[in-house]
Design a protein around this ligand. Structure first.
Ligand code: PLP
Length: 445
């Protein structure tokens, strides 16, 4: 049996409380802190807070630690690079690490054609860059994005986001030209239809009611989409959806911009989540887990599409050599430790265990996911499917206090996203806490 979790003082303990107070005084309070976890250190899939509590990490930071906390190979690569040089902007000069990484990314992204890579620092920056690239290459101004999407917080990227009003309020006007359409959320179909009888009406709707009515398709540069919606609730489109969307894109010569910031870099048991549906996107955006927690993002596109001229786009710190060294180590670890396989196996096991719990539960409405990107939607009862945000929140808080760090997404979905190095023992231990906590909250109704 796993020795974790180990709670020695009810969190937040005294040392955490001291930092929380100081944080409130000097740190922007614009964040959503799900609970006041003050981290001290981490190893693999276990993290320790400043009071000595040890948690099983089902968050992977914010889905940035696919290879786990402080993997020795990442730490070694970072130290080695830090000893040599920390910065020399590729916007003006050259270095090997960034080229090595671009070559590796070209190999592991869909499509055998020659590709080019643009490096930035964050997911939002990747989305902004991809949007600029799509406009530049296509000489078209508009985009189609999706309701409940999350693509970032900068003015450009938040224009593609459509997840929560608080993310948008008072920030208008945003970048014009983005039209949002319904995402295929089959558990709560926006059209109140049922898959597969719906015959992908959500795709035909875009054609018949958007492109043929008021958004001229020849002005649309790209569909910008998450292959699995992350912040929107770990929503997995049904099989066949992306093939259908790609067909629509091809009909009008529209590009497919695939935001793999959360779902990518092996999380779902494939390098890129879109590979589950065998669709080749035109532009892929990656960030979060790409450099094991260091800031880095990448836009990967065919050399035909990434044809912008000198001076069109750049970022001083993009492709930082220390981040690149970490990212090269990540790719090596995913391969050598067979993390695609582990994500698939542990993910299937977690889904199986959660489905067993679901059979005896009235408040587990839906379980969905690929690999280790799993959503457990909490509802008031299975018949009404009424959103149960308070219950989901209560489950999350109690799990944290009992030593399993997980957060919610969407309105009431528990987000299960442990590092891909998670062992069966640790998964079992965490699932014990999660399933018993769900039962406890359910019995209190
Ligand atoms: C799918 C997706 N795209 C983009 C972003 C924005 O990334 P960042 O916070 O690094 O700007 C996020 C962040 O959660 C995300 O989940």
């Amino acid at each position: 049996m796993a020795n974790y979790p180990r709670i020695v003082v009810r969190p937040p303990g005294p040392k955490a409380r001291e930092i929380i107070e100081r944080d409130e005084r000097v740190i922007s309070q614009s964040f959503v802190r799900y609970y006041p976890l003050v981290i001290d250190s981490g190893k693999g899939a276990v993290l320790r807070d400043v009071d000595g509590n040890e948690y099983i990490d089902f968050n992977s930071g914010l889905v940035c630690l696919n290879v786990g906390h402080c993997h020795p190979k990442v730490v070694e690569a970072v130290k080695r690079q830090a000893d040599r040089y920390l910065h020399y902007s590729i916007t003006d000069f050259l270095y090997r690490e960034v080229v090595d990484l671009a070559e590796q990314l070209s190999k592991i992204t869909p499509g055998k054609h020659p590709k080019k890579v643009f490096f930035g620092n964050s997911g939002a920056e990747a989305i902004e860059g991809a949007a600029k690239l799509a406009r530049w290459h296509m000489r078209r101004q508009r985009f189609i994005a999706f309701i409940s999407a999350f693509h970032g917080r900068t003015l450009g990227s938040v224009s593609f986001t459509a997840s929560k009003p608080v993310q948008m309020r008072y920030f208008f006007p945003l970048v014009p030209g983005v039209t949002h359409v319904p995402y295929p959320y089959c558990y709560r179909c926006p059209f109140h239809l049922t898959y597969p009888e719906c015959e992908y009406w959500c795709v035909d709707f875009i054609d018949e009611y958007v492109l043929q009515k008021y958004v001229p398709p020849e002005e649309v540069a790209a569909f910008v989409f998450e292959p699995i919606q992350g912040e929107g609730g770990y929503v997995v489109p049904p099989d066949g959806y992306f093939q259908r969307l790609k067909k629509l894109a091809d009909k009008y010569g529209i590009l497919m911009v695939d935001d793999e910031v959360q779902a990518g870099m092996a999380r779902t048991g494939k390098w890129w989540a879109i590979e589950h549906w065998s669709v080749e996107p035109d532009i892929i955006c990656s960030a979060k887990s790409i450099a094991a927690g260091l800031p880095l993002s990448a836009i990967v596109a065919s050399e035909k599409i990434m044809d912008w001229e000198a001076g069109t786009h750049a970022s001083t710190f993009g492709g930082n050599p220390v981040s690149c060294a970490a990212a090269l180590a990540v790719i090596d670890i995913v391969k050598s430790e067979k993390l695609l396989e582990n994500a698939t196996q542990q993910g299937a096991y977690i889904v199986k265990r959660m489905k067993e719990s679901m059979e005896e539960s009235e408040i587990i409405g839906d379980i969905r996911g690929k690999g280790l990107m799993i959503g457990v939607e909490i509802v008031e009862d299975k018949d009404s499917k009424k959103v149960a945000a308070e219950k989901a929140n209560e489950i999350m808080m109690r799990c944290w206090r009992r030593g399993v760090a997980l957060i919610t997404c969407g309105k009431s979905t528990l987000r299960i996203a442990p590092p891909l190095v998670i062992t069966r023992d640790l998964a079992d231990s965490a699932l014990g806490v999660i399933t018993s906590t769900i039962k406890e909250v359910e019995n209190e109704k």
